[in-house]
Design a protein around this ligand. Structure first.
Ligand SMILES: Cc1ncc(COP(=O)(O)O)c(C=O)c1O
Length: 401
């Protein structure tokens, strides 16, 4: 799945373009940069690709989540609903703004269950973050419909599904905002980096100002004299990252094509193992093919298959025991561990409890993940794919006997 597999001449050319000018920052130096604005160019190309009106590049996907929520006005007293199967960044961003993450169950898509979501909405719910996990779609159209009725924002976490679609529409463009990550292991990489997309001018302007120390970006004034509407922070993307993003974006369709072909071959073979069922992909055409997830009838069967995959040296992930992506393994959240002296956000300054999370709160998520095994798909699997397919055939023969 990672775009780093394809770092080549195109990336070198774009980066050298920046180094030749010597201007490494997205703002300022209009004379020296001779019209080269790589971050802006990347933003333009990205929003054209996904079909959104506005786009803002950021220093990471986590920053994009935080800036997106901040532009929605999320803060203390607000609840944000997300899922118990995601990377920690999703709820870190919520906690960092002083708001409360509320965890919902996943369904057979391995993404937020709209049915469960409905039960968790309260008068304090300000936003919902469905996460398009492992390269494919959440039931985002249903989630947006629920949110619209309740007057709640939707920020799609599309970190793992860049280029994915549902019924022809790009993931990240269904809700009020969509967030993407370009970190080291993502479909497109800029080393570190992220993007927000939106059709709302108001949200875009707030996000743009907040991510740049509150600068109001008044084109008539030199940067040092720009005004401020509120306090902000620094989550800016660098020109070198913008340059990498431009080159990588040009490869996105090719990346998706390769992954989908590799996934198809693996899926055919895995489907022959008795008892295997697959994760529900709502729209096969829009799956970016970065992961193949299948279920076994029981957790025991899943662990058995995992041991056999390990034995055949076939790369696989058992999310249920993954320290970074599954609620039940987030002991720092469950035990309320904080770097802040007062224990915030888990404790109030007077030492009383502010937030607690229970390990067994998400039984359906636990059921799905304890039976799920994932095969990560790479772009280049030449030389590797045949070996994996042979290994799978051996597993099937053993399993069937
Ligand atoms: C679902 C999800 N959300 C957010 C992020 C955060 O992205 P970044 O690493 O760019 O901060 C990740 C990264 O792994 C992710 O998988």
């Amino acid at each position: 799945m990672p775009g780093y597999e394809l770092i080549g001449e195109e990336e070198k050319r774009e980066v050298l373009d920046v180094l030749d000018r010597g201007i490494l920052f997205r703002y300022e130096f209009p004379d020296q940069r001779k019209g080269i604005y790589k971050v802006e160019e990347f933003e333009r190309a990205f929003r054209r690709y996904v079909g959104s009106r506005y786009s803002l590049a950021l220093s990471s996907g986590t920053a994009a989540l935080k800036v997106g929520l901040a532009s929605m006005g999320v803060g203390p007293g607000d609840e944000v609903i997300t899922q118990g199967f995601t990377f920690v960044a999703t709820w870190e961003a919520i906690l960092d703004l002083g708001a409360t993450p509320v965890f919902g169950e996943i369904d057979d898509t391995l993404c937020l269950s709209p049915e469960d979501l409905q039960k968790r909405i309260t008068k304090n719910t300000k936003a919902i973050i469905p996460v398009h996990m492992c390269g494919a779609q959440a039931r985002v159209d249903q989630i947006v419909e629920i949110a619209r009725k309740e007057g709640i924002y939707v920020l799609e976490d599309t970190a793992q599904a860049c280029g994915g679609r549902l019924k022809g529409k790009y993931l990240g463009t269904f809700g009020d905002m969509g967030e993407f990550s370009f970190d080291s292991v993502k479909t497109l990489t800029t080393g570190e980096g992220g993007m927000l997309v939106t059709d709302s001018e108001e949200l875009y302007i707030k996000a743009s100002e907040y991510h740049d120390h509150g600068h109001d970006h008044n084109p008539k004034l030199p940067r040092g004299l720009e005004g401020r509407n509120f306090i902000g922070f620094n989550f800016r993307m660098m020109e070198l990252q913008g340059a990498l993003g431009l080159a990588q974006l040009g490869k996105l369709d090719y990346i998706i094509k390769c992954q989908r072909e590799n996934k198809k071959r693996l899926k055919e073979e895995i489907g022959k193992i008795p008892g295997v069922t697959f994760r529900n992909i709502l729209d096969e055409e829009g799956d970016i093919g970065s992961f193949l997830v299948f279920f076994m009838p029981s957790p025991r069967d899943a662990m058995d298959i995992k041991a056999r995959l390990d034995g055949q040296k076939i790369p696989n992930i058992y999310w249920y025991k993954n320290l970074w992506h599954y609620y039940g393994e987030w002991e720092h959240l469950l035990e309320g561990k904080s770097v802040i002296r007062s224990g915030y956000p888990f404790k109030n300054p007077d030492g009383s409890t502010r937030l607690t999370y229970k390990r067994d709160a998400l039984p359906r998520t636990e059921d799905y993940l304890s039976r799920a095994i994932t095969i990560p798909i790479n772009i280049r699997m030449e030389g590797q794919l045949e070996g994996i397919l042979e290994g799978l055939k051996r597993i099937r023969a053993e399993w069937s006997s």
